[in-house]
Design a protein around this ligand. Sequence first.
Ligand SMILES: [Fe+2]
Ligand SMILES: [Fe+2]
Length: 251
Amino acid sequence: MAYGRDGELFAGFSWEECQMGENSIATLIGRKSLLYMKRFQEQEFGGHPKATFAHSLRVGALMARAVTEFGDGAAYPENVALARSVGTLHDWGKYITEGVMALIHSGRAASEEEFVKIRSHAPKGGAHLAQVLAEQPPATAHQRSTLHHASYVATHHHSVLPAQPTDEGLRLSMDLTALTKAADAADAMLIDPTRTYRAERFRKEGLMSATGALNMERIRESALRGLPEAAFGVPLAGVVDLACDLMPVAA
Ligand SMILES: [Fe+2]
Ligand SMILES: [Fe+2]
């Protein structure tokens, strides 16, 4: 298993894979935003340094792997890049919404009001990405279309997805959102090494037996609730299985 410069934070992903996510942010919304994202978390908050940033990179990397392994990524590398970029940017709102990161790292359960504030990272992130697209559009048509989809995905990654639209462009945005939701849940449940309560929660929810054996069917069910069977050409159960293979051994 390859580990990056940040050791177990990238759990199973190589530094090169994560750096591709960093580069996509630098290309799409500027190097200043990338540095802001990294520094913001390192300097301002307690908890695990860079935890949210590493999560963002892992979600993008997991989506890129899923499209490569199960989708049409081998024939269309631009689809791998698209999935990686929208995945890496899905939580962008967490970095730009004042107070959200502090609440996430407070180490206690959020009140209802605080929960609403945390959830606001989705629409706020999406709106900001749309603003960047309008005011400082990236150079190529593919990059502009990626940022357009990233804005939709960031806005809707915590919402229930509406019924299938007929509009082709919107359909693609929604497909990418479903894939992001699967990767986001799979990372949180299975890979994220900063979530120390995993084993306890898994036993309580019947996702793990008393002897520690994983109940994959229940895990898939829990991570993929409300999602279609496949999205962006990827069977979403495959995303959870990929994440399971990357699960830190000591979890
Ligand atoms: Fe989120
Ligand atoms: Fe997330």
